[in-house]
Design a protein around this ligand. Sequence first.
Ligand code: GUN
Length: 281
Amino acid sequence: MQLIDGKSLANKVQASVATQVEELKREKNIVPGLAVILIGDDPASHAYVKMKAKACEKVGFYSITHNMPDTISQDEIIATIEMMNNNPRIDGILVQLPLPKHVDTDKILEVIDPKKDVDGFHAYNMGRLVTNLDSFVACTPLGVMKMFEEYNIDLEGKDVCVVGASNIVGKPMASLLLNANATVTITHIFTKDLKAHTSQADIIVVGVGVPGLIKEDMVKEGAIVIDIGINRMEDGSLVGDVDFKNVSSKCSYITPVPGGVGPMTIAMLLSNTVKAAKGRI
Ligand code: GUN
């Protein structure tokens, strides 16, 4: 069994972004800019946004965070995004999810200029991804693809089971895998027999937020298991969606939690933002 080290790969991606930022500054006088909209006081969202801002600073981006109370109206959020769409210093716009219940998330995401949609959540970018055209791709699934590349894991013809069908993770993940010529099965909350699918898979990618969902008897010997889940337990510890202790010995490769996919999400956000900044040229 080999661990896939997301932390060290994320550092490598971050270093490459920092070099590209240096070049953009030196040769084109461009400083990549990322704007984050953070609404309400959800502690997890605040923690994520803080990590994103810190990473931006580290690679030399211009970054701003707009903090708004959860009483803010949808129209005010839209006006803020439109202002960012028109601000030439801002290359990437990220609206931290989840949004308060009175706000229509789909409507908000559609307002972001697709060229500044570094989260890849806009329907324009999702559509381009499905049709295998160049697009901004959601950071977490993009980070998983980077891991496959780094560890020379060939996807062509592989049976891959994606567990979870969210717009943020499962659907873009499945599209990326399909574009890489894998045979993809998407399972979700209504799947009749999850184990029937996971136990056949060469590769399992799971991101549903259910601690320990994937158990030893659901995984084929030698399988590759990618755990996107990050679940905070009552004792404060972080665990994934995979029962790591019992599953890991059966795997050829597995990602740990923490230190697996998690750090890749921010690294790919940086990478998407530098890509957006290059679009200015
Ligand atoms: N909430 C949880 N994950 C994400 C993410 O990748 N991007 C945004 N914007 N919000 C999130």
